[in-house]
Design a protein around this ligand. Structure first.
Ligand SMILES: C[S@@+](CC[C@H](N)C(=O)[O-])C[C@H]1O[C@@H](n2cnc3c(N)ncnc32)[C@H](O)[C@@H]1O
Length: 206
């Protein structure tokens, strides 16, 4: 019988040690269980996340909120940048993802919440803040149930402080239609180094 490869040995160690699955495997399982809510077959690339965060002033960021963290691709890079006294609240409707993040991210600044981004105002207040400085979203806006995307955009506009921004990445260019009723100042870029290539928007609360 051939000797197991290094990958097989790693996978066997994970199973026998009861360790959590790899982020990649966890994301794929999430997609097959809830394809519409997850809305993508692969996590975002690190290049996309760094591009989105390049416009954030981390010296003026006490509360960052992330919608739809999934398995934490964006979250982990964000925590590397966030100030030691800042707070990161992530909100996801999928209990498997929230449990996975709670199990795999050990950081006193990090607060995973099982819930909908539509309830962001209540969630921000529950964490002792009046406003969020920045909010990032990888939500599949175009496949959310009718009305939910607009509800989220409105609540987001109201909870971000003046000078803060809503950071949105999605492959569907129509997602901008959720932003234009609420923001006048919207910057846009494309990130090709992602599967599929993504649209990036920064909607500024002036
Ligand atoms: C495409 S995945 C994004 C994953 C991750 N942010 C990334 O960059 O790879 C979309 C995520 O949004 C979550 N989601 C869908 N509807 C939501 C809602 N109303 N509120 C919060 N999260 C939601 C899904 O459970 C899923 O984790």
């Amino acid at each position: 019988m051939p000797a197991p490869t290094a990958a097989e040995q790693r996978s066997r160690r994970r199973r026998t040690a009861g360790a959590p699955p790899s982020p990649w495997m966890m994301f794929l399982k999430g997609f097959f269980k809830h394809p519409v809510m997850v809305g993508a077959i692969a996590s975002s690339s690190g290049t996309l996340v760094r591009h989105m965060l390049s416009r954030v002033d981390f010296n003026q960021c006490k509360l960052f909120v992330e919608y739809g963290p999934g398995v934490g691709t964006f979250t982990r890079i964000l925590l590397d940048r966030l100030a030691p006294d800042a707070t990161l609240v992530v909100i996801d409707t999928n209990p498997d993802f929230i449990d996975y993040l709670a199990q795999t991210i050990d950081d006193p600044r990090f607060f995973p919440v099982l819930g909908s981004a539509a309830d962001v105002k209540q969630i921000v207040h529950d964490h002792g803040f009046e406003h969020a400085d920045y909010i990032a979203s990888g939500l599949p806006f175009s496949t959310l149930p009718a009305g939910v995307g607009d509800q989220i955009a409105k609540a987001t506009r109201e909870i971000i402080r003046p000078g803060g921004a809503f950071l949105v990445y999605q492959y569907n260019p129509k997602v901008k239609n959720f932003l234009t009723p609420h923001w006048e100042h919207i910057d846009h870029a494309m990130q090709l180094w992602n599967l599929p290539p993504a649209q990036l928007w920064w909607a500024w609360n002036k």
